[in-house]
Design a protein around this ligand. Structure first.
Ligand SMILES: Nc1ncnc2c1ncn2[C@@H]1O[C@H](COP(=O)(O)OP(=O)(O)OP(=O)(O)O)[C@@H](O)[C@H]1O
Ligand SMILES: [Mg+2]
Length: 282
């Protein structure tokens, strides 16, 4: 498992990213000149009402989709201009995905599902089966290695998906409504697992509709109409809840790695820009 990293590094840097969809003669700006940096070891909940651009953002972050314009770098590498093959290899190695509906392959057992992302790689990395075994144990499924998905509970299936997402030691863990199909107790167990992964230094970006799920994360990025509505940092923190304060965009710029909680609210009087660089340049 990863050890906590000494200093935060930019992992996912979006600069002036716009994603426009064409619907007949109309254009929908699902993300509008979006500038933001997610740093290593951070745990973000991405929230906002339906249609605010959450899935669009997650799809771009996960390299499932490409920006219409703007730059997206992962660990310093520009991904928006990679060709499809390079991008899909890169995606497999650098990104882990967790979906609401688990997306396990029904014919594969627990261990094989965890190993799925490496099956598509050119080389089978040394010691990867041992790593899959450790991950299965890590998520509490050491006793279920050869069960098929339909022989597992929903929470266990999501644990398999989490182990699978970690097999390549990804730069970013992306979760879309990861607890949406689970009862509250099971959801809580999954969120505890995310807490532990965060404490171990994993970078987690989680889209959720649920306020209580969002509040479990270290930070909340709230979207509205393809723009950043607010940035709330350090609410959970390593040492428990901290006090938050509200500030306008113009008076306080968000800074990466601040120990104290901070809320930056973007008002509708600043149209056309969602510019909240986590690196401190607002
Ligand atoms: N393929 C598409 N074609 C056209 N418009 C799209 C497409 N996908 C998304 N949009 C539009 O882009 C905007 C953002 O959509 P997105 O799916 O990112 O919202 P969301 O925040 O994930 O919403 P939800 O909470 O309902 O999942 C919406 O106005 C939506 O109608
Ligand atoms: Mg969505």
């Amino acid at each position: 498992m990863k050890q906590p990293q000494p200093g935060k590094q930019p992992v996912a840097e979006l600069t002036d990213v716009t994603r426009t969809y064409k619907m007949g003669d109309e254009f929908v700006k699902a993300l509008d000149t979006f500038t933001f940096t997610f740093n290593s070891g951070e745990y973000w909940a991405i929230m906002g009402s339906s249609g605010s651009g959450k899935s669009t953002l997650l799809n771009l972050l996960g390299c499932i989709d490409r920006p219409t314009s703007g730059s997206y770098r992962i660990r310093g590498r520009e991904v928006s201009s990679m060709d499809d093959d390079t991008l899909s290899t890169f995606r497999g190695k650098e990104l882990g995905f967790i979906f609401q509906s688990y997306n396990l392959l029904p014919q594969l057992d627990v261990l094989e599902n965890i190993l799925m992302p490496v099956m598509y790689q050119d080389e089978y990395p040394d010691g990867i089966e041992e790593r899959a075994l450790r991950l299965a144990e890590r998520v509490g499924l050491g006793g279920r290695l050869h069960h098929k998905p339909m022989q597992l509970s929903g929470g266990q299936q999501q644990r398999v998906a989490i182990a699978r997402s970690l097999i390549n030691d990804p730069a970013l863990l992306l979760a879309d409504e990861a607890t949406g199909n689970l009862d509250s107790k099971t959801a809580d167990e999954i969120l505890e697992l995310f807490d532990e992964l965060h404490d171990e230094g994993t970078t987690i970006l989680l889209v959720t509709h649920e306020q209580d799920v969002g509040e479990r994360a270290e930070n909340i990025l709230r979207l509205k109409d393809g723009l950043i509505e607010s940035v709330h940092r350090g609410q959970r923190g390593r040492s428990g809840a901290t006090q938050a304060f509200e500030a306008s965009h113009s008076s306080v710029a968000p800074h990466a790695g601040d120990a104290e909680a901070e809320v930056v609210t973007f008002t509708s009087s600043e149209p056309g820009r969602s510019d909240a660089d986590g690196g401190g340049e607002a």
